[in-house]
Ligand binder design. Structure first.
Ligand code: GTQ
Length: 375
């Protein structure tokens, strides 16, 4: 990797078609442009890079910076007027498509006790990672799901869903992750409002967890053929217990530490067709080696604090901070604490990448697996 900084790092990946402009060529390009056409060699470097050259840049969004503004939104707009009261995160390289990284959208949604947001459904798949507050719930296709801190929750595409906070609760903030930019890139995005504001509760509260949420146990005779997981909530207490149990017997991955994917219990595959999610833990003092993958990632520090080197840039983060890793960008993590573990939640587009046969990964081969930190 060049030492001239991240822009150079990106530039180095872009091939160079080598046709110098002449008056005749410029004339030619103008004629083509008038016909809504163009010469490939003028754009080949841009549209056919040697390897993925994402316009997304690594980003760290600090919760301490965002949180006051998220809470401000409580006073400024109602869920009825806004539809969803969300502060979303915008990658400077992805402004035109409102993505946090690649084709992934993320935002911080906030609701007060007693508030309800109306029911809707869309082609986009959605997931939530709960950050703070008491009493939040979401209703997905007739089941009310209780949301607690660090729970991971699905609202798959096509399912009616609405959110709220129960009376007697507190202001609640959670992270939304959606594939909205991907749906729009594919011109496949539909959006529909429920005829009634709220859907009927046809199932008992937390039914999906009670039926499908027991490791190693499949409810006999229950059919499930939809393209998303029937388990809609992955509870933090169980996830954290699993991380610690795994850590007792293994060092996990040299790139990701103790690392679990959240999966569909029926298929063992990703929770939704377009987005997957993971939780990983780095033990006190642990430092991973760098690798890169085809796929875009959004991380949230769920517990503890640590640092990452992403594309040669160093980021220090604390609990609830959010950062992203663009596709094919080397990244590595460290837990500098000697006493506390570090847990990172992430979601990504690997189900899409894998379904299309595009997945690759590569270890950073030099310097014992650690990137030089660029200026
Ligand atoms: O809760 O369904 O942050 O539709 C963006 C779009 C949340 C939602 C967002 C959405 C939702």
């Amino acid at each position: 990797m060049a030492e001239a900084g991240y822009d150079q790092y990106r530039e180095d990946r872009i091939g160079r078609a080598n046709v110098a402009d002449t008056p005749a060529l410029v004339d030619f390009y103008e004629d083509l442009d008038r016909l809504s056409a163009g010469a490939l060699w003028t754009v080949a470097n841009k549209i056919e890079p040697w390897q993925p050259a994402p316009p997304s840049v690594p980003m760290l969004w600090r919760y301490a910076d965002l949180r006051p503004h998220v809470l401000r939104a409580l006073e400024l707009v109602t869920p009825e007027k806004a539809g969803r009261r969300v502060v979303y995160l915008l990658n400077p390289g992805r402004r035109e498509i409102d993505a946090a990284v690649g084709f992934l959208y993320t935002g911080l949604q906030v609701m007060n006790a007693g508030e309800v947001a109306s029911s809707h459904r869309h082609s986009a798949s959605a997931l939530r990672f709960i950050m703070e507050g008491e009493g939040a719930y979401t209703v997905v296709d007739g089941t009310e799901i209780t949301l607690g801190a660090n729970d991971f929750v699905l609202t798959p595409n096509g399912t009616w869903h609405e959110h709220g906070v129960r009376e007697g609760g507190t202001a609640c903030i959670w992270q939304d992750g959606l594939d909205i930019p991907l749906m729009n890139a594919l011109d496949a995005n539909f959006y529909e409002v429920h005829p009634e504001l709220a859907q009927a509760r046809t199932e008992p509260v937390d039914a999906s967890t009670s039926i499908w949420g027991h490791p190693g146990l499949r409810p006999a005779g229950q059919e499930w053929s939809r393209r998303y997981s029937p388990l809609l909530r992955y509870e933090w207490a169980r996830t954290y217990e699993a991380l610690n149990d795994y850590a007792r017997v293994s060092d996990g991955s040299r790139f990701d530490g103790i690392h679990f994917d959240f999966v569909n219990p029926v298929t063992g595959g990703a929770v939704m067709p377009t987005m997957g999610a993971s939780m990983q833990m780095l033990r006190p003092g642990e430092r991973t080696q760098a690798h890169r993958q085809v796929g875009s990632f959004v991380f949230q520090c769920a517990r503890g604090s640590g640092s990452a080197v992403i594309g040669g840039r160093h980021y220090a983060f604390g609990e609830r901070d959010i950062f992203c890793v663009p596709s094919w960008t080397f990244h590595e993590f460290a837990n500098g604490s000697q006493s506390e573990d570090l847990c990172l939640f992430s979601f990504h587009d690997l189900p899409v990448i894998r379904a299309l046969g595009l997945y690759r990964e590569e270890a950073y081969g030099e310097n014992d697996g650690h990137q030089p930190v660029l200026s």
